[in-house]
Design a protein around this ligand. Structure first.
Ligand code: B16
Ligand code: MG
Length: 218
């Protein structure tokens, strides 16, 4: 990685700490089927990390539908009701392996920890997973006006932590999030399949190897 002293770690939520993408997918697919077209898992990849309204725009593009602003608001609200029903049943068993342990390890090294998510449901998810106390700062979709790939969610997290952007490393699973981290002047560790997230400085498939190696990205 670029020479930097990592003083803060900023974690994305969906796809990094928990796999909520499968619930987003179920809810978007249900909406698409109601509207008369299918929506595949490959299509769902395009929605990762982007805001709810941008996700709906992409879905409607896939279905070839032109919809009024009022109808779009109603569709997004309906999708969110289904999504909230799904995530309300989540338990700490759904945490991705090693994520919370790695956060605790970084904290034990004096590194500050933030959550930076596009989701407006982040606080419900943190409650269900019982991990709110793991973060010094939480910035979610209710606190920012510009969605990833805009860097606002990350720059706000760094400012709230009181750490310069250059000393922050972001952990992200989505291309939009990697781009946002780079635009913020932060380091970026991609979390996902090797070959994806090409712009991240390194890509890991999960946190367990970092824990085994006691590894802090520099
Ligand atoms: P909501 P992240 C993102 O969360 C998801 O990856 C993305 O698929 C979703 O559309 C977005 O949150 C908004 O979520 O509808 O709950 O507000 O990856 O930034 O933690
Ligand atoms: Mg994500």
């Amino acid at each position: 990685m670029t020479a930097r002293t990592m003083r803060a770690a900023i974690f994305d939520l969906d796809g990094v700490i928990v796999d909520t993408a499968k619930y987003h997918y179920l809810a978007w697919k249900r909406l698409a089927l109601e509207l008369g077209f299918d929506f595949s898992e490959a299509d769902n990849e395009r929605l990762k990390g982007v805001s709810r309204m941008r996700s709906l725009e992409i879905l409607l593009e896939i279905g070839g539908l032109d919809v009024s602003e009022a109808d779009r608001e109603a569709m997004a609200a309906r999708k969110n009701e289904w999504y909230v029903q799904y995530i309300s049943d989540m338990t700490p068993d759904e945490l991705l392996p090693g994520a919370v342990e790695y956060i605790a390890f970084l904290r034990s090294k004096g590194i500050k920890i933030a959550l930076a998510s596009a989701s407006k449901n982040a606080s419900l998810i943190l409650d269900r997973l019982q991990i709110g106390a793991a973060f010094d700062v939480v910035v979610d979709g209710t606190k920012v006006s510009k969605a990833k790939p805009d860097p606002e969610v990350f720059t706000r997290a760094a400012a709230d932590l009181g750490v310069p952007n250059a000393d922050c490393v972001v952990f992200e699973d989505a291309e939009a999030g990697v781009e946002a981290a780079i635009r913020a002047g932060m380091g970026c560790v991609g979390v996902g399949k090797p070959g994806n997230l090409r712009d991240a400085e390194i890509v890991i498939t999960g946190f367990e190897p970092l824990l085994t190696l006691n590894m802090v990205p520099r």
